[in-house]
Design a protein around this ligand. Sequence first.
Ligand code: SF4
Length: 701
Amino acid sequence: GSRAADRTVDSVCPYCGVGCQITYHVRNDEIAFVSGRNGPANENRLCVKGRFGFDYVRSPQRLTRPLIRKEGAPKTDAVTAIDPRNPWTHFREATWEEALDLAARGLREIRDRDGRRALAGFGSAKCSNEEAYLFQKLVRTGFGSNNVDHCTRLCHASSVAALMEGIGTGAVTAPFNEALNADVVIVIGANPTVNHPVAATYFKQAAKRGTKLVVMDPRKQNGLARYASHYLQFKPGTDVAMLNAIMHVIVAEGLYDTQYVQAHTDGFEQLEAHLASFTPEAMEPVCGIPAATLREVARLFARAERAMVFWGMGVSQHVHGTDNARCLISLVMMCGHVGRPGTGLHPLRGQNNVQGASDAGLIPMVFPDYHSVKDPNYRAMLESLWGTQLDPEPGLTVVEIIDAIHAGKIKGMYIMGENPAMSDPDASHAREALAELEHLVVQDIFLTETAMYADVVLPASAWPEKDGTVTNTNRQVQMGRKALPLPGDARPDWWIIQEIARRIGLPWHYTGPADVFAEMTLAMPSLANITWERLMRESAVTYPCPAPDQPGQGVVFTDGVFPTPDGRAKLVPADIVPPAEQPDADFPWILTTGRTLEHWHTGAMTRRAASLDALEPEAFVTVNSKDLRRLGLKAGDRVRVSTRRGVIELMARQDNSVPEGVLFIPFCFVEAAANVLTNPQLDPYGKIPEFKFCAARLEPL
Ligand code: SF4
């Protein structure tokens, strides 16, 4: 029949951090269809993106030749001035030789003239581990500084800051499938039926089997609400008040695990004293949850034999994101809910390889495996492995790099597979910075909004066109295999990075991703007993892995010993820090942003996937029906939403998942980019911006 395939290739879904294993069914070098495979994270299940989201690969808008900006073509307002289907107003085609020479020369000249800190790079959580590793190595050894970051900064940087401080590692303590073994599961600030759909199926399955599911979210999610025993729709930005009140009850009623606290934690007494004033009665008016409910949930969680906590961007994307995560760590630790089946802390990772890209070192303050750039021992090891001196000073983060461009300190950038013109807070400010750069090299599969500001655009590989490993939210390192030829003159990302590296003076001779992975195992103890050959054979191995013939360890810290300086988990009290911008007379609404089921992040892939775009074709803002009525609006009317940073126009969608006074806008629509509106204020520890809360105005059009 028309769906018959002439070959199949086993790989991993390119979208979310769940890491579903898939099989491509290929006919005439096209993906005819995709089926779910029996991977450890998905057991044959797939969501709509993994099943139907692949035609972006053959989009007519794919970049197939290197592009060079035409002499004198203006960079300002590139996003509105350039039509991605007809970029010839601003760009011309070039050979690889010319494009690579120009790309590298611009970077080299800035480095030699203005110093190594005048350059920066953004890598990508959508590329493989090998590509992430090569990219950060290029920045650290070729540019000469640690100015390398990626979208983890915009997603779980605060969670990682809290986890590193609390338990000495940024990764999850147990895979999400352990929800099936838990008596109680808390899901807070995450909307997994939309953003981690296959993980959500495990939460639903657990709930059906009797696990108590407690969902905490300022939005009433349609997906998990039906399965929840308790739904705490707290006021936006009041996480710490609510969580401290729950912990207050656990401490005051003596429900915590005394033995665990004594044997394995530090700081309980300070935390206990700190929590004294956070009574449920005092916190009820702050967070909007009845004191009785807070008490009930506290008792449920503490008395459970096994309980787990999952969280997402609703926790992390605040100026108090690190404090929110600190509360979750303290909550789990004081109850001893870690290190056993059905227990643990699990920040749900967003992108398919955000865990792996972070592990591989796309972070400005740490080398691969989270060793501080200030750690002289690891740095010396890396210097001998890489054969060069390394900068002991932490580099700048995503938002800091944008500010440093405005300040004239950073003059050149290399961006691989990221789209800050859409994903950064206060996007107009970010776009102005991209336009100000003296030299910008962008490597991507589409002429993204960011590539529109580039001097040189390098056409790269889509996930089904290359071999490489990725690491999912469960710490499972998985093998992705090449199924399709590259279109036109596009090249694998690892090859492009190496060509740039050679042209700025690095003696690189990698023969392919397997070669790079072999070097990574030398730099990264976390990959012990995991080899390329093994991944080719087994498709997935979890780290840490104790032996070459053993599966990796899903649940960690079984002995209660943490990789902190004294081996104990640190409990850190958190105070209430209000959101950086409060609604007022001019901007009376609360605006929050996020994703949709059909569109992935900035929409670069999914808006070019025909079936997904047909399902969700138009920019929208969700508004409560009472608010719509009050304003004399009806569903589908066009409205204007503005903040102190910008204004967009889009369709109002009636949706009572948002409470009155709150607006929600997905950030994937370029024609009404939510991030033109968002607040770039940063969490002081994780340096993550406050995407989840700012003051806005809504007007009928
Ligand atoms: Fe892909 Fe995530 Fe959907 Fe699985 S749940 S198919 S990994 S998008």
